[in-house]
Design a protein around this ligand. Sequence first.
Ligand code: SUG
Length: 443
Amino acid sequence: MSAVEANYDGLVGPTHNYGGLSFGNLASTRNQGEVSQPKSAALQGLKKMKWLADAGLVQGVLPPHERPFLPLLRDAGFCGSDREVFENAWKIAPNLARASLSAAPMWAANAATVSPSSDTQNGRLHFTAANLSTMLHRSIEGAQTSRALQRAFPCLGHFDIHQPLPAHADFADEGAANHVRLCDTHAAPGVELFVYGRDADHHLSYPARQTLLSGQAIARSHLLDPARTVMAKQSKVAIEAGAFHNDVVCVGTRNCLFFHEHAFDDKPRVLSDITKAATGLFEPVFLEVPESEIPIAEAITSYLFNSMLVQWPGEARLVLIAPAECQETPSVLRYCQKLVAGNGPIGRVEFIDVRQSMRNGGGPACLRLRVVLTQAELAACNQKMLITPSLFNSLEKWVHKHYRDELAPVDLSDPALLDESRQALDALTGILGLGDDFYPFQR
Ligand code: SUG
């Protein structure tokens, strides 16, 4: 049976902004309070989706979450009409109000961990929505993400969608950003690598946002074969340099793992565990970038490893879809030129502009959730959430109609945002076939 690797991208929401909400994510801190451009951010994301769909890849879309998210403010004791809740939160607890407006659900790589059906003992495709419990502004995503996954993958016979892990620090989980699957072909059984920053309770100066306990819990509920599953610890050096997720220093697809020298804590053990787990399935190719060629600080500012590594239709070697910022870092640009000139696993590098997302610490890879789908599973997905020329046109029109060109920090407390954003999302539920009870405000 054949299978494809689909990309589901998070659609940038109407209140996209730079809240400075993510301690340990250098771009988020650095760009706090900048004027954002929601319309161009959403169009940048849609352009990326269309480009990949036009190339023949399966491209899905995940809807933005409701922002501002009043249930957070009501849970914090604000009451009255929606407008009163929003205005009082801005007066009394502006940090909470800012969290309720977070742009973060757009980064679909943090939506869930996904195990293809060829890896699981019951032959179903498993998802665990991430609890994102480390950061307040992200801890409000899990329930809505589960709902979106249920709408995107509605057929129970094919898909097992697990609820987020318990919302405790020991179970901190940030989804596919800390998970890599290696394989021979997408349809074949693979090796799943769960990367964590701490066992359960150890703290560094920047937070380690994924625990070993979470990886073990997900591997168990996805019914993975322990012999084909590897747990790898992120290095302290990487976290302290600003790699708040493993996908800031590592990306992999098919049999190729592309990573920075400092990505893992005990690198020889991690690589030998992967090789052992792959025995009889495929020969892993380890493409390691040494610190001497790209210092970790430059790997992180350029976001080289937050590229998408894609098997492009009709091409033998893999394509690396890198952020445009990589061209501005000489060591990284040099490395990319060398990469394609050689005869290694990556044959082409494409640079794309997702600058609005990059300013919040999200590169091309953050914007997508990879889902390996057999032909039967693809047929069982919600077809209205797959990008076609007609869906692209509808979404582009929808963005032009509902999104502001700019949002400055002072605009964030404008109560008009409540209605604007709700009208936009209400219209979106029709376009994507999500039903009229999809968002909390609709219920
Ligand atoms: O969780 N930024 C996100 C970026 C996530 C990137 N995802 C991956 N690496 N897969 C985060 O730190 C910033 C929001 C703000 O500051 O307004 C933010 O949440």
